[in-house]
Design a protein. Structure first.
Length: 122
């Protein structure tokens, strides 16, 4: 019997990040990179997450450098409850996703040249 596949859901924030990435790549004269990203998401990233939803590294395994950051991480972990917050690296892009039971929620995607995740909007 094959293991149950996870379902993958795209959040509004992830969609907004895709729009921002498109503008970012157009400004960098790399419009074809956006098309390649969409193809990679459809062909590789989403199928991988459906089959192996825990393949990304745990976000909480990162080292915390300050008391304030530690407090924010603790609050975020409480909000997730039994869920997991994970990172998936695909080429030049870092995806942040939540795994809640058998559902993967794509939360954010950033090009490595962009700054950080905005947890307030997630």
């Amino acid at each position: 019997m094959a293991p149950q596949r996870a379902s993958v859901r795209v959040t509004a924030n992830f969609e907004a990040n895709l729009d921002q990435l498109e503008a970012f790549l157009l400004e960098a004269d790399a419009a074809s990179a956006y098309d390649a990203l969409l193809a990679e998401l459809e062909r590789t990233v989403i199928p991988n997450l459906e089959k192996f939803p825990r393949m990304g590294r745990s976000f909480f395994d990162r080292g915390v450098g300050s008391v304030e950051a530690h407090a924010k991480i603790e609050r975020l972990a409480r909000r997730l409850g039994d869920g997991e917050l994970r990172e998936y690296l695909s080429g030049d892009y870092l995806l942040l996703y939540a795994l809640m039971q058998r559902t993967v929620y794509l939360l954010s995607i950033k090009h490595h040249r962009q700054l950080s995740f905005d947890f307030g909007r997630l």
